[in-house]
Design a protein around this ligand. Structure first.
Ligand code: BJW
Length: 222
């Protein structure tokens, strides 16, 4: 049996990391247009680096919770593809391997000039030189609005191969991830949603399991 899981910010909420669209979420404190678009980075790279440097510090201090750990257990018994929109590394730190980071990672830096990637230091600045081309064009290796998410070919294949597709802690507001349930369902997968409430695309799921992921996901896996 092949299971494809998509995780969003909600799975890391109980590890103390803010989600985006909650009333106290990241998009209440920052305008998307100021920190999560290539235009924002071109206009004010220091502001964008400041936003991601602070999140890198918070993510490094956070710990995986029972929902992250349950997915490690799931992979022991099933053929699992784990796709995350999250830029933290809590899945890896729980013990998951081969995690597909479709929106990039706080742990990686990207040269906007030559596209070289490397491990990010704790704090970055746009004037940091690229280790390959030496240009001062360092940016976080994060997929911003209007940019193409990573590993899409592999993800579509995993959705098409899935007997079960499960979305955990994602609001269903951001494409292409918000279209995954519809696609997997059309290809024959049973679609499950784990969330506190119905997401924006709840109608695409066969079953909706409401509650905190740290309780509902381990219960599903065991
Ligand atoms: C719990 C819980 C608990 C809480 N237990 N649950 C129309 C107009 C303009 C653009 C578009 C358009 N239609 C589509 C687009 C494209 C655009 C898009 O979708 N825009 C929408 C806003 C409409 N998408 C893109 O641009 C993407 N690229 C793309 O489409 O490329 C193709 C293309 C290229 C070029 C030209 C044209 C097309 C890229 C999207 C990049 C997203 N980037 C961000 C920020 C970067 C990463 C970062 O900084 O971390 O990624 S935005 C932000 O949203 C972040 C997240 O990964 C993403 C999803 O958020 P998520 O994870 O769902 O979090 P929340 O907060 O929304 O939800 C949390 C959920 O958890 C809630 O439901 C809670 O209830 C739940 N929860 N606690 C269980 N304990």
């Amino acid at each position: 049996m092949h299971i494809t899981v998509l995780t969003g910010a909600g799975i890391s909420a109980e590890s103390g990391l803010a989600t985006f669209r909650a009333s106290d979420g990241l998009w209440e404190q920052h305008r998307i247009e100021d920190v999560a678009t290539p235009e924002a980075f071109a206009r004010d790279p220091d502001l964008v680096h400041g936003f991601y440097n602070a999140r890198r510090t918070r993510a490094a201090a956070a710990h995986p919770n029972p929902a992250h750990r349950a997915l490690v257990e799931l992979a022991r018994h099933h053929d699992l593809t784990l796709v995350t929109q999250n830029v933290d590394e809590l899945h890896e730190r729980a013990g998951s391997s081969d995690v597909i980071h479709m929106h990039g990672s706080l742990r990686r830096a990207l040269c906007a000039a030559c596209e070289h990637r490397w491990d990010a230091p704790a704090a970055m600045s746009a004037t940091d030189p690229c280790p390959r081309c030496n240009k001062p064009a360092t940016r976080p290796d994060i997929v911003w609005f209007g940019e193409m998410p990573y590993h899409m070919e592999r993800i579509w294949q995993a959705l098409e191969a899935a007997d079960i597709f499960a979305a955990i802690g994602t609001s269903g507001n951001v494409y292409p991830a918000a279209g995954f349930a519809q696609h997997a369902g059309r290809m024959g997968a049973e679609c499950l949603e784990f969330n506190l409430d119905d997401s924006a695309n709840a109608r695409d799921f066969d079953r909706r399991i409401h509650g905190p992921a740290s309780a509902t996901v381990p219960e599903w896996v065991n």
